[in-house]
Design a binder for this molecule. Structure first.
Ligand SMILES: Cc1cc2nc3c(=O)[nH]c(=O)nc-3n(C[C@H](O)[C@H](O)[C@H](O)COP(=O)(O)O)c2cc1C
Length: 384
């Protein structure tokens, strides 16, 4: 099987994943609900890009991007519908979630791999993130994702998960900077697209080696390094230390992207200013909150409209209604953070097994809110 026309794998999913939920039906129902609330329907707003002032442009190798605002790859989250949504809100650069190189070479046909690595023609350019630690396998997987249409390849050198670290991938590579550099070199030999790396500050507090790691990756030919300013030992606890991003920026000639704890629109400007980084990468802050990219504080009316549009797109992408509703529940949780009565609603959400009842409870919840009210932002951050 050749993967040259990978865009078509989206339609492959649609053809082969069993599902009975038709986009037309979903569109009509959700559109009717939104109009009932006095909101515009999905079709009219689609792909409307929001203007965001004062965001610089960036080059990744030969690629030019107008806006140096990155969405961090997130497993189970940064799929096609999510990426489409955040780009509409002003995200400049998107990437797939991590794709395990060995898994890709072994089983491209699996539904999960198809969904994970799917991209759509109109969302090009998208980066593909690979995880792995064997230079030869990573090179082979890179050839494949280049054929699939990847604009650049990002190597995961920061994932702290035990299952990833146990086989030497993700943040385990922070302990082996020479191997990490070899991976970049091996990939650079076989593909023409830029290769980037996403690292952490180090393995632990006493072994913070991001400067040495950055130099080795740069010398190996990496086009850019993004750094999550925490150690592996910290996982997601404590605070990201933005001073480390500033240090790495001073240390390297290639672009440096700062990552960690950007939750509010104001944090973006702060990170640019405090670190002088070439770009800012957001992750948890964008969950249920694409307005982070458009640098807006949304009212309930916008949250309602966006949630239902996202749901419609999600249902359409995954086709199997049960699977789509299951994977969308987490987004509902994120969208409702900080809204009046959300905690009680979320308890009901987790209890409800019937998808139709869940949808009608969701509609009821939003119908009862004042569309002009705003979520409690601090509550949003606390629960992120
Ligand atoms: C649920 C979840 C999944 C993630 N998946 C990935 C991934 O696939 N690849 C990766 O490089 N980082 C992954 N990350 C890390 C984020 O991209 C980001 O580096 C981290 O969350 C710190 O940024 P933040 O403080 O803005 O959330 C993940 C994080 C979370 C919370």
């Amino acid at each position: 099987m050749t993967h040259t026309y990978h865009y078509s794998s989206c339609s492959y999913i649609k053809k082969t994943v069993p599902g009975t939920f038709s986009r037309k039906r979903c569109h009509t129902k959700i559109g009717r609900f939104l109009r009932g609330l006095g909101l515009e329907s999905w079709g009219r707003l689609r792909y409307k890009s929001l203007a965001v002032k004062d965001v610089k442009s960036i080059k990744i190798g030969s690629l030019h991007y107008d806006r140096a605002l990155f969405m961090g790859p997130m497993e189970g989250i940064t799929d096609v519908p999510f990426r489409r949504l955040i780009r509409k809100h002003g995200c400049g650069i998107t990437c797939t979630q991590m794709i395990h190189a060995e898994g890709l070479l072994r089983g491209f046909e699996s539904r999960r791999m198809q969904e994970t690595s799917c991209m759509e023609k109109q969302e090009h350019p998208v980066g593909f993130q690979l995880a792995g630690c064997n230079p030869e396998i990573m090179a082979k997987a890179s050839i494949q994702v280049e054929k699939m249409g990847a604009a650049f390849i990002d190597i995961n050198m920061g994932c702290p998960a035990k299952s990833v670290v146990a086989n030497g991938s993700g943040s385990a590579l922070m302990q082996k900077p020479d191997l990490a550099a070899e991976i970049i070199k091996a990939i650079k030999k076989v593909v023409d697209i830029p290769v980037t790396a996403k690292i952490r500050a180090g393995w632990s507090e006493s072994t913070k080696n991001f400067l040495d790691m950055g130099s080795k990756l740069q010398d190996a030919g990496a086009a850019l390094v993004s750094v999550h300013a925490r150690t592996r030992a910290q996982k997601f606890s404590g605070h990201a230390n933005w001073n480390l991003i500033a240090d790495l920026k001073k240390h390297l000639d290639i672009p440096v992207i700062g990552n960690g704890d950007v939750f509010f629109p104001e944090d973006i400007a702060d990170m640019f200013e405090q670190t002088q980084a070439d770009g800012v990468m957001m992750a948890r802050g964008a969950l249920g909150n694409p307005w982070l990219f458009s640098q807006k504080h949304p009212k309930v009316a916008e949250i309602t409209q966006t949630l239902f549009e996202h749901l419609e797109d999600h249902l359409s992408f995954y086709q199997s209604r049960d699977r789509a509703m299951l994977t969308f529940r987490k987004h509902i949780v994120w969208y409702t953070h900080g809204l009046a009565g959300a905690a009680k609603f979320r308890k009901e959400l987790f209890r409800e097994r019937d998808n139709d009842l869940l949808l009608s409870k969701l509609k009821d919840f939003f119908s009862e809110l004042d569309p002009q009210s705003s979520p409690d932002q601090h509550e949003k951050k606390r629960q992120a």
